[in-house]
Design a protein around this ligand. Structure first.
Ligand code: ADP
Ligand code: ADP
Length: 229
């Protein structure tokens, strides 16, 4: 059951008279429920690939299908709807609203989503049931990132895309964040892609893809792990 299919994805950024080749022909199938980690050096195209999958960016050439719909043929309005309904994003920085509690930060999303879980359920799923009424400044970086994850999953997206979610955290704290992501994937079956430099997540992943200079240069299946669905 393929949820994402990418074929020949190419991305060129034109910077004045210089062309930056961010992706040089990426072919990729993501199965429903998979937890995939993207590894590779800085500048290898990981963020560009993630942003194209999530409809935040469009390729210069090639195609990406989500559930059989070609995102490269979608209008801006259709892409916006795709992102709102189906994609949860988590970035390195949490972008929480400092004047709102954990519960209120998540409620911003649950109030406008079609079939959301409650903020309480979302926070429980990342292990923050006893921190609902805390403000971001009263919480550690790892806890703040888990609020951001709760916010991302509260609308029950089919895909969770995480761009260096542990990039601002020390490795011990980062592990708790990665475990929260693994739990979401395992219990909700959310197809998940994580960019990270943290080797611990590679053990949790079903599959690790290595990018180099805009290409998938190798792939490792983790036989000990299989998707929940
Ligand atoms: P990371 O490798 O940590 O994901 P960034 O995504 O911030 O780093 O950026 C990676 C590279 O892409 C950097 O060299 C940066 O200069 C370049 N870059 C990112 N966004 C832009 C932009 N909007 N315009 C020009 N260059 C960019
Ligand atoms: P990674 O996430 O692996 O660090 P990126 O996808 O951020 O790699 O970047 C891939 C290449 O594309 C890099 O050379 C980067 O500088 C360039 N790049 C990324 N975003 C932009 C942008 N908005 N404008 C120009 N160049 C960019």
């Amino acid at each position: 059951d393929v949820v994402f299919r990418a074929q020949g994805l190419t991305k060129v950024y034109h910077m004045g008279d210089v062309d930056v080749h961010a992706l040089r022909g990426v072919d990729l199938d993501l199965r429903r429920g998979e937890l995939v980690v993207l590894l590779g050096p800085s500048g290898s195209g990981k963020s560009t690939l993630l942003n194209i999958l999530g409809g935040l960016d469009v390729p210069s050439a090639g195609h990406v299908w989500y559930d059989g719909h070609d995102l490269t043929k979608a209008s801006e309005r259709e892409l916006t709807r795709f992102r709102r309904q189906h994609v949860g994003f988590v970035f390195q920085f949490y972008n929480l609203i400092p004047s709102l509690t954990a519960r209120e930060n998540v409620a911003i999303v649950t109030e406008i989503a079609e079939d959301p879980m409650t903020p309480e359920e979302a926070l429980r799923r990342v292990g923050l049931e006893d921190r609902m009424d805390h403000f971001p400044s009263q919480l550690s970086g790892g806890q703040q990132q888990r609020i951001a994850i709760a916010r991302a999953i509260a609308k029950r997206p089919s895909v969770l895309l995480c761009d260096e979610p542990t990039g601002a955290l020390d490795s011990a704290t980062g592990v708790h964040v990665l475990e929260a992501i693994e739990t979401i994937n395992a219990t909700l079956g959310t197809t998940t892609v994580v960019i990270t430099h943290n080797a611990d997540i590679a053990r949790m992943a079903h599959r690790v893809l290595y990018l180099g200079d805009g290409r998938i240069v190798s792939e490792k299946l983790n036989d000990a792990r299989t998707p929940a669905s």
